[in-house]
Design a protein around this ligand. Sequence first.
Ligand SMILES: Cc1ncc(COP(=O)(O)O)c(C=O)c1O
Length: 370
Amino acid sequence: MIPITRLSIGEEEARAAADVVRSGWLMNGPQTAEFERLVAEYVGAEHAVAVSSCTTALHLGLVAAGVQPGDEVICPSFSFIATANAIRYVGATPVFVDVDPGTFNIDPELIEPAITERTTAILPVSQIGLPADIPAIMKIAARHGLTVVEDAAPSFGATVHGQRLGTLSDITCFSFDARKILTTGEGGMVTTDDGGVADRIRLLRAHAASVSTADRDRAGRVILETYPEVGFNYKITDIQAAIGVVQMGRVDEIVAERRRLGRRYDLLLDRVDGVVAPLVPEGFEHVYQSYNVRLETDRTQEQVMTDMLDLGVATRRIFAIHTQPAFRRPEQPDLPVTLEAADRTILLPLFVGLTNDEQDQVVDALGKCL
Ligand SMILES: Cc1ncc(COP(=O)(O)O)c(C=O)c1O
């Protein structure tokens, strides 16, 4: 069976995690600080704050952006459920906007007509490894005084005109779950150039305590901390962060290999009828969390996915959030491109360690299914 992903994680990560266990300090500590330093340096951001997941990163990003209950936040529906859940966590309403038919990322042209006096933020998703058109979205946000909180969960290392995601939007959120570019098991990171935002997220991730546990521990005197507001427990552990530090040491190699595999799929699929490779606009660099193809066939997505599984290849799909029961409304938004994309695209396996033979098998299987 060729799985949708296979972890690229080994002895070095295991040793780093074990070292933390032996160190006697398991929570948010020196490894977390080092992981944050490495990520900030890599993406070129002033600040990186590690949290427990991208979902919690998005939640705190929206809080730090000042989004209030009753506000509207513009986002795509063609995404993972966490994108819209985070908007609900702050009591705001997700306003779903359609995606571009080529890139399947939010269509910037459709953002401005969706802005109302209740809109306070835009939450674009850099989906499956391909950056959304963040420069265009930032211009719209500036015209309307909105904050851009980017969901870049699957796109760590991707670039727009040579600049890595992480500083292009006001607040960028990454995921390090098991299927992502780098993994710490579960984990997330917020990057920003805004010191105020970073400080606020640091505070809120640890119960909004006036003094951190580590600082109290080091002080050598009694410090009675206070809790001036309601915070969250969204900390990452040092065990996870230590794995992240090792993964950061291999990030260039991981990103280069994912790009190589993406280009190889492009070439192989050129010879298969009924399937369209992902479009990567000029100036944008894809990091291929997975490889998203559009099917041009009479067969349904589910039939193709089932046949692929029978041939030993796991696939996945991205869905339309607004069609899920938790987000379905009597008056559904009109998102034809999203519905078509959710119905007609599937994700093929792409991970470091996928062999040429396995990749050939995936393409052969797809050819047979179509
Ligand atoms: C687009 C997108 N946003 C958010 C998330 C949530 O990330 P996490 O699992 O780290 O909370 C994911 C995870 O799959 C995702 O794909």
